[in-house]
Ligand binder design. Structure first.
Ligand code: MN
Length: 236
């Protein structure tokens, strides 16, 4: 108990510290542990400039998508988890735990959307598209027959997702699969390893393509998709 803690001899202590030339910095009373001043989760920087994906995705779209939508998921999540056990967990662990708690749907939705968007930015790159690197290409050919067939399945998933959601290339054990998820859902909670994703929420494309989701998805797959990132996510 604190009232049994011996009190320091403040006069003597200050004198000694002053003698050491550190009075100002160190003679202050110890500050008790307080709630962390910085938020539990942060917004990772965009891995390229706002105009780096134009014209397939405009700087205006990226500005709203990253600066408003992605940031809103972050801000909402930090408000929801402040003072709770969630605040001490890694983002992936927040997603896994909240997915099992029916009462924490808002935590799950904002945590998963924070993760999904960070993953989406890295799934794209300026001058992307083209041919996947060899190790990934071999896995794609084994699973789909060809890279074009894989892209067709990705486009099919992106276009057939009713309403908001995501299309993914994912690893399931030793196999690759194309999957789609609705709203904030992520293949992580199904035990799959995401390799890349395409955001098909309307906010991802409406400023540039209005209702033409197929044109947006085609441009992403042909010009922006980051096969090198997908290969880095392969699990041995
Ligand atoms: Mn989005």
């Amino acid at each position: 108990m604190s009232n049994q803690t011996p009190q320091p001899d403040c006069g003597r202590r200050s004198f000694l510290l002053a003698a050491a030339g550190t009075l100002t910095a160190l003679a202050l009373p110890a500050v008790p542990a307080i709630a962390r001043a910085s938020p539990a989760q942060t917004l990772p920087p965009l891995p390229y400039a706002l105009d780096a994906l134009a014209p397939a995705i405009s700087a205006q779209t990226l500005g709203f998508h990253y600066g408003k939508h992605h940031k809103a998921y972050l801000d909402n999540l930090n408000k929801l988890i402040a003072g709770r056990d969630y605040a001490d967990l890694a983002l992936e662990d927040i997603i896994a735990r909240s997915a099992r708690q029916a009462g924490d749907a808002a935590v799950f939705n904002n945590a998963a959307q924070l993760w999904n968007h960070t993953f989406y930015w890295r799934s794209l790159r300026p001058r992307g598209g083209g041919a996947p690197p060899q190790a990934l290409r071999e896995k794609i050919e084994a699973a789909f027959g060809s890279v074009d067939a894989c892209k067709q399945q990705l486009a099919g998933a992106a276009l057939s997702q009713f309403g908001s959601g995501w299309a993914w290339l994912a690893q399931d054990g030793d196999q690759l699969r194309v999957v789609k998820t609705g709203n904030a859902d992520t293949p992580l909670t199904a035990g799959l390893t995401p390799l890349l994703t395409v955001d098909v929420w309307e906010h991802a494309y409406y400023l540039d393509y209005q209702n033409r989701r197929a044109d947006y998805v085609g441009a992403v797959l042909d010009k922006l998709i980051n096969w090198e990132f997908a290969q880095q996510n392969l699990k041995a």
